[in-house]
Design a protein around this ligand. Sequence first.
Ligand code: 13P
Length: 254
Amino acid sequence: MTRRKLVLGNWKMNGLRADASAWASAASSLAGECSACEVGILPAFVHLDTALAAASGTRLMVGAQDLASWTNGAYTGEVSAEMLGDIGATHVLVGHSERRHLLGESDEVVATKFERALAAGLTPVLCLGETLDEREAGQTDAVVLRQLDAVALRCGAAGLARAVLAYEPVWAIGTGRTASPEQAQAVHARVRGALGNLDAMLPGLVRILYGGSVKAANAAELFAQADIDGGLIGGAALVPSEFAAICRAANQEG
Ligand code: 13P
């Protein structure tokens, strides 16, 4: 059972074209250097072409941060899964907490987006995570498993086998407050257990990334946990030296 570590840099709504070009070039060299793990970047839609050009011919993977819940048609402002696949994106975030909480995406919408990503041959990166209030009310497992179940019901074990999961506690995103390795590991183990209940093959196959204030200083101890298969990195992905140190920590773990 080997799940190769994966580090994805989610740039969110940051950077102009020159930044995208510089960050993507730095990440391309890093992906070449870190041959024991996988590295990817998730730029805003308008920077995908710039990132794909820098990644061309390298090991760097490029994905999007969101996709439409519809197929092509009269949906002004939206970007379809087919369009993303057509330009060369391989991954797409689904259900990031900023979309769930700032834009009101429901579990059902997230499941539809997940389904669309699979249909277009993209790897969905399904984000799961509880708010601080939910954690303090003892609802962490219930919330995370409800978010997972919504997708499992729609796409089944076969769909999840083609995905990456990311546990991102909302209270740890962009706050500098990281889940401790033990707190993160406990949730990852619960999610992996739930995958096992769906299909015995899934726990060994599906990578579960941790996201939420991961930085060079805490990456190694997070990635050393048995059920943490890499990271989904926000702020630190915009600082090439930080992102490099995080990827090297993943590469050490293999
Ligand atoms: P930060 O690393 O900035 O906390 O963001 C995490 C995240 O939301 C990645 O998707």
